[in-house]
Ligand binder design. Sequence first.
Ligand SMILES: O=C(O)C(=O)C[C@H](O)C(=O)CO
Ligand SMILES: [Zn+2]
Length: 276
Amino acid sequence: MEFLNTADQVRYQRMTNAELREAFVVEALFAPGQLQLTYTDVDRAIVGSAVPTDSSLTLPTHKELASNYFCERRELGIINIGGAGFVSVDGEKHSMHKLDSLYVARGSESVSFASDDAANPAQFYWVSYPAHRVTKTLHIPQSKAKQVALGDLGSSNERVIYQSICPGIVDSCQLVMGITQLNKGSIWNTKPPHTHKRRTEVYMYFDLPDTERVFHFMGQPHETRALALAPRTAIASPSWSIHSGAGSCNYSFIWAMGGENQQFDDMDHLTLAEIG
Ligand SMILES: O=C(O)C(=O)C[C@H](O)C(=O)CO
Ligand SMILES: [Zn+2]
C-alpha cells in the first residue's frame, strides 16, 4: 500500500508542480494484472484499483489498518470503468458491467475481483472510508443511479451526474460516490466551483484519449493551482480546496466523498470572480 500525505493550506502555496503532484495525486492506478492501494490522509480515504486478467485478485488488508481483513471497520465503493467482470463478496458474485457500482458493507470478510474476458479486462476503481456500523452490500447498475443534468453547452459544462452510492439508494456510513459524464463539446466540471468544509473528496478522471488531459484546479479559492492530469489519475481534495477541472476534450470522472455529512447539495458555491 502507498501513502499520500497531503500538504496543508499554507504549504501548498509554495510548492512546485512536481511537489503538488507528489502530495495530492494518485498516479499508479489500473496496471493490468495488479491491485493497487493508496491510503490518503483526507478523512482516511483509501483509493484503489484492480485490473484482473487471467486470474482473480483479492483485496488484502495491511499492517496499518490493524485489522484481520480490509472491510473489518471500513466500507467500500467500487465502480467498474472497463470490460465486464464481477466482484465476489464473501462468496456472493456481483456482475459488474461498465459504470456499475457496488457498495461493500463493513464486516465483509473477503472481496475479490475477476474479469469476464482477460483480453478486455474489467477495471475496478474504489474508494473506502472508515465505517461506524454494519449495513448491507448492494449492487447498483448505472441505470439505477439518481441522474442530475447540469450546465449547458454554451458554458461548456453540459454534464450528467450519476449519484449511485448516496442516501436514498444505498445505506452507507460516510461514503457518497458517483460518476459525472461531460457531453461532447463540454469540458468544464464543477462549474461554478465549490468547497465543502464538512467533507473531503477524491476525483478520478477517465474516458478520454491517452493524449488528452484534464487541467484540474485545486487550492484555496483565492490562490488556485492547476495540474494537468492524464486519464485514470486520481486527485485528493482536502476540505479547504476547490476541485474543478477543464479538459482538452470531454471526459468522465468518479467523485467520492466522506466526512461530516452525506448531503450532496451541501456545498459552498463560489463565483468565478472569487477565484484567484
Ligand atoms: O460536475 C460537477 O459539478 C460534479 O461532479 C461535482 C462533484 O460531484 C462534487 O464536487 C460534489 O461535491
Ligand atoms: Zn465537491
